[in-house]
Structure formats: structure tokens, C-alpha cells
Design a protein around this ligand. Structure first.
Ligand code: PGA
Length: 247
């Protein structure tokens, strides 16, 4: 695996001015050893894209709809994201799954739409605390994984990213331990390789859930962690860049 991939998911934070300032700070201190992707709120995508366009930092969206256009008030298509400069799109984030009731079936359609439009989907999967406590982690993760990726692998497509984000670790300050994360990452990697061959091993596997400057280094020592999807700690340039500098 070459460069580590560090994705900042700003969620529903940053007004236009705040987004511009954050992007300007990150571009200034951007390191060549990492691939940074910034995912601001949709209304700030174009403006952040203008700030980062001459740098190595890439633009990502937090969601998209699965239709290309039409009467879907309030939705944004993958093609529209491409047209404002996005290279990536986060799909199936646990907040989308739980607050907005996105199902595996919808997420599969969104992944397909993103790939069709030429975006690289960052597909999020992960179990809730109840599921973990009931020993259902592998079942849940493998169902989410298969639903979102089998059809891609069947078509020989490997240009996407998988983010393992245990729901209990998101925004709680309670990150998975390196061992807990690695257990699932190696499970994901082996499952894909077993079913679709070794070429699947090049799909980057990100960890997400309370990543910060103190736990990033130790998490990155794990062989199957290729980078991070960072929420809270991506909202301050100092903490986000410290995570990037760990690489
Ligand atoms: P967090 O969020 O880093 O604030 O836990 C991660 C995410 O939701 O992607």
C-alpha cells in the first residue's frame, strides 16, 4: 500500500467562511506523504474545491443520491458532485444509516451511482454497541460489506475505499483499540480475497471512530489499516494536520 489516505468528514459543520478558512490552513501545511481528502458540507464543496485545486488535497462529498437527475427535491446526484470537482463520496455513513434510515439496498444503489459517475466511493460499514455485545459484529459487517461491494468485485472494479467505523466509537471519544480495529480489517480483507481474489487486497481500508492525534500513530501500526476517516478531529486544522503528520 503506498500513501496513507486521511479523509476529513466535516459532517454538518462549517459555514462558508469557516470552511474556507479550514481548507486554506490545511492546504498550506499539506504533506506529500499522505493523500488528504476533505469532505465539507455540500453547499461548501465548490468553494473548498477552488481553494484546494492546485494542491494535492482532493475533494469529497458526504453523500449522494442514486438517480442522476429529476424530481428528487433536496437531493444531489453523483454527476453533480463530479461537476463541482469531487473525486470521492462517502456512502453509507452510520449517521445516514441510523438517522436517515438508509438501508443496505439503498447504499448499494448509491455506490453504483457513484462509480458510474466516476467518483470513488468511501463505503462505510460498522456495528452498533448492541450488535457487538450480542457477538454479531462479523455478521453485520459482512452483510454490509457484501451488499455494497460484491457487485463491484464481480465486475472487476476495485477503485473504491472501505471505511470500518464501529458505531460505538463515532463521536464518543472511545476509539476501537488497535487490536479491535485490526481484527475487523483483516476479516474484511480476507473475506474479499477469499471470494474475489488477491486483487481485492489493494482496496484501501480506513478506520474511523474517535481518531485523534493521540491514537492515530498506534492505530496506523496495524498492517491492515491504510488510513482514517476523521470526524471531530478534522474540524480543527491543528488536530487534523497532527493526524496527517503521524504518517
Ligand atoms: P469521529 O467521527 O472522528 O468524530 O468519531 C468519525 C466519522 O463519523 O466518520
Amino acid at each position: 500500500m503506498n500513501k496513507k489516505l486521511i479523509v476529513g468528514n466535516w459532517k454538518m459543520n462549517t459555514t462558508l467562511g469557516e470552511a474556507q478558512n479550514l481548507a486554506k490552513d490545511i492546504v498550506k501545511h499539506n504533506s506529500p506523504d499522505v493523500q488528504i481528502v476533505l469532505c465539507p458540507p455540500a453547499v461548501n464543496l465548490y468553494s473548498v474545491g477552488e481553494i484546494i485545486k492546485d494542491s494535492s488535497v482532493l475533494l469529497g462529498a458526504q453523500n449522494c443520491y442514486f438517480e442522476s437527475k429529476g424530481a428528487f427535491t433536496g437531493e444531489i446526484s453523483a454527476e453533480m458532485l463530479v461537476s463541482v470537482g469531487c473525486a470521492y463520496v462517502i456512502i453509507g455513513h452510520s449517521e445516514r444509516r441510523h438517522i436517515f434510515k438508509e438501508t443496505n439496498a439503498m447504499i448499494q444503489k448509491k455506490v453504483a451511482a457513484a462509480v458510474r459517475a466516476g467518483l470513488i466511493p468511501i463505503i462505510c460499514i460498522g456495528e452498533t454497541l448492541e450488535e457487538r455485545q450480542a457477538n454479531k459484529t462479523l455478521t453485520v459487517v459482512s452483510k454490509q460489506l457484501r451488499s455494497a461491494t460484491d457487485f463491484l468485485f464481480e465486475d472487476g472494479i476495485t477503485n473504491f475505499v472501505i471505511a470500518y467505523e464501529p458505531v460505538w466509537a463515532i463521536g464518543t471519544g472511545l476509539s476501537a483499540t488497535p487490536e479491535q480495529a485490526e481484527e475487523i480489517h483483516s476479516f474484511i480483507r480476507d473475506t474479499c480475497a477469499m471470494d474475489f481474489g488477491d486483487s481485492t487486497r489493494k482496496v484501501p481500508l480506513l478506520y474511523g471512530g474517535s481518531v485523534n492525534e493521540s491514537n492515530a500513530a498506534i492505530l496506523l501500526t496495524q498492517p491492515n489499516i491504510d488510513g482514517f476517516l476523521v470526524g471531530g478531529a478534522s474540524l480543527k486544522s491543528d488536530s487534523f494536520l497532527s493526524i496527517c503528520n503521524v504518517v
